[in-house]
Design a protein around this ligand. Sequence first.
Ligand code: GRF
Length: 220
Amino acid sequence: MTRKRVAVLISGRGSNMTALIEAAKDKNFPAEIVLVVSNRPDAGGLTSARNAGIATGVVDHALYGKDRAAFEGTLQHLLKEYRIDIVCLAGFMRLLTAPFVRQWDGRMLNIHPALLPAFKGLDTHRRALEAGVTEHGATVHFVVPDMDSGPIIAQAAVPVLAGDSEADLAARVLAVEHRIYPQALRLVAEGRVRIEGGRCMIDGATTETDAAPIPPDSDR
Ligand code: GRF
């Protein structure tokens, strides 16, 4: 088995990045994390990545002003240098342009802390509480030019409980993020995910539930 070479793009603490690194320590995992890139030099996740012995890079967006093409050009150069097959966005807080995203069509994943298509964008936990939903969760999807809109690879739901604070709900969601991101990367790295008509079809899956796996111990 040739393991896919993965870069994880972060902007902050990198707990999802760490979940991917941990999963990929298993030699049978079909992908290896070979590079972590941050757009912020002070991202805490960079230290965790270095401690895990993974190559890190910083492409500081602040140095590029409004020139997104130049920022993305540097990023793309780095990804090429490391012969990256799959890019995982994990709390990466920069919008990427359509030309950049198209270069990674079907090979760039993102994790979003909500059950897409509900609550695209920021502050998902606060908005979920304000909306009074009884279920919230997380989604791993392919990245397309429209934000938080690509084909869904995996989702998991958690209950919203009476008296939840934003932090309570965020912690409950984060726990399932850490579980579904490695699951989704595994499926993609194994070549089991096909995109048909804007939806993901998982080879070997026989039901809708298989196609968007919900962990057995989730509360859904
Ligand atoms: C996660 O909630 C992720 O879903 C969102 O940003 C947060 C990043 O957290 N996109 P971490 O840096 O992975 O800890």
